[in-house]
Design a protein around this ligand. Structure first.
Ligand code: G1P
Length: 285
């Protein structure tokens, strides 16, 4: 079984739900406390042993590449003023460990993943949607890699959601369960609550086999007229092992304003430097 060494980060989205904040920069650079969303996702991947980060970007998203580069002017000025560069440490990446490709048109998540096919090559890979901020110890991808090393094949992260929310997610038809691992018998993208096969929703973390790229090649469209990753994954069921892993930890949906504000509060309350003042403010409120 080949190890999971690469991760794809689909980051081409326009972030229209956060306008005007995201008019001039990538939504993945929005900070939760003091770190951008992309930093949390890249840290999670590194913790899981991922060596190669593949960004699927779009126009107006160069800030994401700059973020992980050396900030020459900034650093030179800070050094000249005798300031510590320690806070920049998380942005330092081994040379060559970030690659990026462009998704020229917004044709769907499946299409975004397919855009990374040449860099992914013939090996299993992870997919992380940075909008989903996953907080856990170990991190979500690390939990998934551990499960992958036991069962192989394809693994999606799943979470129970209220029935009335199924139309926002990919939803699985669950088979037999073994602890936090559930066999996936079927997958459907954004079903109406009355049509949903369960309330186990796919959240933004995947470990996939490279064969998915050949299915995505067909560019079949699904829900919303987009090329859906969920539809391509559904075609692998029966051909390769396919499981859902229930993540032990918290998920914050930072693609949504309310989720984003909650994430800031939740993470601030875990941070020694800001928690006391934030807690005092909330208590007062
Ligand atoms: C995407 C996927 C969906 C998944 C969700 C998780 O949807 O298509 O299957 O459940 O991410 O966040 P989106 O949120 O891009 O509409």
């Amino acid at each position: 079984m080949k190890p999971v060494r690469k991760a794809v980060f689909p980051v081409a989205g326009l972030g229209t739900r956060f306008l005007p904040a995201t008019k001039a920069f990538a939504k993945e650079l929005l900070p939760v406390v003091d770190r951008p969303l992309i930093q949390y996702a890249v840290d999670e991947a590194r913790e899981a042993g991922i060596e190669q980060m593949i960004f699927v970007t779009g126009r107006g998203k160069v800030g994401l590449e700059d973020y992980f580069d050396i900030g020459f002017e900034l650093e030179t000025t800070m050094r000249a003023r005798g300031k510590s560069l320690d806070l920049l440490e998380p942005t330092r990446m081994p040379p060559g460990s970030i690659a990026s490709v462009r998704q020229q048109e917004p044709l769907g998540l499946g299409h975004a993943v397919w855009c990374a096919r040449e860099i992914v090559g013939d090996e299993p890979f992870a997919v992380l949607l940075p909008d989903d901020l996953m907080v856990g110890k170990p991190g979500c991808v690390a939990q998934m890699v551990e499960a992958y090393n036991k069962v192989g094949g394809n693994i999606v992260c799943v979470q129970e959601v209220p029935r009335e929310r199924t139309a926002s997610y990919g939803v699985i038809t669950p088979g037999s369960a073994d602890g936090r691992l559930t066999e996936v018998k079927g997958l459907v993208e954004k079903p109406r609550p009355e049509d949903a096969p369960s309330n186990l929703a796919v959240v933004g973390r995947y470990i996939l086999q490279p064969e998915i790229m050949r299915i995505l090649e067909d560019k079949e469209t699904g829900a919303g007229g987009e090329i859906q990753l969920t539809d391509a994954m559904a075609k692998l069921i029966g051909q390769q092992p396919f499981h859902g892993l229930t993540f032990e930890g918290e998920r914050h949906d930072c693609g949504d304003k309310v989720g984003f504000v909650i994430a800031n509060i939740a993470l601030a309350l875990k941070r020694d430097d800001v928690a006391p003042a934030v807690r005092a403010f909330i208590a007062d409120l």
